[in-house]
Design a protein around this ligand. Structure first.
Ligand code: DC
Length: 216
């Protein structure tokens, strides 16, 4: 069984997908982590985002693995680095590059082809990566709520952030993600929308669990 979860930044996708994957004993693939990993490499190595040849070589020669829901790049965990706000600020621009999307979709397909039961989250999973998913969920929440959740997350990691600025950044990321030319963030026609403003993570997980048990 394949479950696709899409939605804008900080709508709760990864927390919900992680919990649900534990509850169902499914594998979980966080595609945003892959876009973050490429962004991390590009900025760490000061690579020009237009340098298609170099970025292609790097992606093709790298090993991406999810172990215990954490992304490993060439056997090294980079989970902490890719969650930093500096990466969040830059990742939408990287994810808007068509050649990078094409390469990462191959990486995602290579990982998911070997797995029977999976939950994949991202922006284009129900529309592009898994158009035949058994269940498609589109999570949404207002920018204010999403910024506040992100604020709590970053404060918890001792990052110094300003709530109002986070909200502006979230609105900007939404704009780039929904308006890019290739595979924009979009609800699939057959996806079920869950608005999470007034729901906690556990409630959303239960809702999806019920949908699986009742409807499929
Ligand atoms: O879910 P996230 O915040 O970790 O995603 C990081 C960025 O990657 C986000 O700005 C959109 C992009 N992304 C994408 O374009 N397609 C995906 N399938 C997953 C993420």
């Amino acid at each position: 069984m394949k479950i696709a979860i899409d939605g804008p930044a900080s709508s709760g996708k990864s927390s919900i997908a992680k919990l649900l994957s534990k509850k169902l004993n499914f594998e979980y693939i966080d595609t945003g982590a892959l876009y973050r990993a490429i962004t991390y490499i590009i900025y760490k190595k000061h690579i020009n985002i237009q340098d298609e040849k170099l970025i292609t070589d790097i992606i093709k020669s790298s090993k991406f693995e999810f172990i215990d829901n954490k992304l490993y790049l060439n056997n090294k965990s980079i989970d902490v680095e890719i969650r930093k706000n500096i990466i969040s600020q830059r990742v939408s621009e990287v994810a808007a590059q068509p050649f990078i999307r094409k390469l990462l979709n191959n990486v995602i397909r290579n990982i998911s082809n070997h797995l029977k039961n999976i939950i994949i989250d991202g922006r284009d999973i129900g529309t592009v990566v898994l158009p035949n998913a058994d269940l498609k969920i589109y999570l949404d929440a207002s920018p204010k709520i999403r910024a506040y959740r992100r604020y709590l997350e970053l404060i918890d990691k001792n990052e110094s952030v300003i709530l109002e600025k986070l909200e502006e950044e979230i609105i900007e990321r939404d704009f780039i993600d929904t308006n890019r030319e290739v595979d924009p963030l979009k609800k699939a026609d057959d996806a079920i929308i869950i608005v999470t403003d007034d729901l906690n993570i556990r409630q959303v997980v239960d809702k999806i669990y019920d949908l699986l048990n009742n409807d499929l």
